[in-house]
Write a protein that binds this ligand. Sequence first.
Ligand code: B1M
Length: 206
Amino acid sequence: MRILTEISENLQKGKATIVKELVQQASDEGIPVQQILDEGLLAGMSIIGEKFKNNEVFVPEVLVAARAMNMGAALLKPLMASAGVEAAGKVCIGTVKGDLHDIGKNLVKMMMEGKGLEVIDLGTDVAPETYVQTAIDQGCQIICCSALLTTTMGVMEEVVKKADEAGIRSKVKIMVGGAPVTQTFCDQIGADCYTADAAVAMCRSA
Ligand code: B1M
């Protein structure tokens, strides 16, 4: 459908106001919410995610596309609830204790939201107990930990331990990322999944 392609194309260009208008128009024309989401917004975000992974677009483009995505999705949110469209899953994300870097974490969050996940943002300087308690209280399937400092990446091991102690380890996947984090480190601390960038994080979380 032409209008859905236009939503996807404008989202990729970061044209948030146009995306919002087109989403409204599509909804007024009676196109089902799920179809607007899948074939318009998410289709555009997936293309941006792929291009980001391949270094064809960079952080600023991803941020404006994600903003357009969020504006379109905000318009659909009440309609989704009444149409019974469920979020694909629930995630809590934060930058680990002692670490205030949040640009990468915010990108990962936006990409995940773009993929239809409900994301609880715990912010920066997040204690291991907070991730675990949030996962318990909110029923998250994934805990996402970001770290940019070599001195703070060890906190991720604490998150794994606390999840174990709380008895939720088998129910919750722990995803780790950030510039100093590696697959070897992920394996060492017993986390479930390492991703090098936001685009891969989005794909792996889906
Ligand atoms: Co800081 N800083 N910083 N810094 N900073 C780095 C990280 C550093 C490498 C700079 C350097 O020395 N070359 C260095 C760390 C060295 C180390 O530990 N090896 C460093 C340092 C030392 C510090 C301070 C200690 C400096 C000081 O005060 N002496 C201090 C620490 C403060 C603290 O956190 N307690 C500090 C402070 C700051 C600012 C506040 C000034 C600012 C942060 C602003 C903010 O985030 N709101 C800042 C910045 C901007 C940087 C650099 C320049 C850029 C980081 C960034 O945002 N990159 C950085 C140097 C660099 O990387 N070139 C540096 C862009 C972002 C999109 O990438 O975060 O890697 P990134 O995220 C990627 C992936 O890693 C991945 O996806 C993202 C997108 O693809 N990813 C995940 C991230 N989290 C993920 C989670 C996932 C999956 C993927 O799953 C859960």
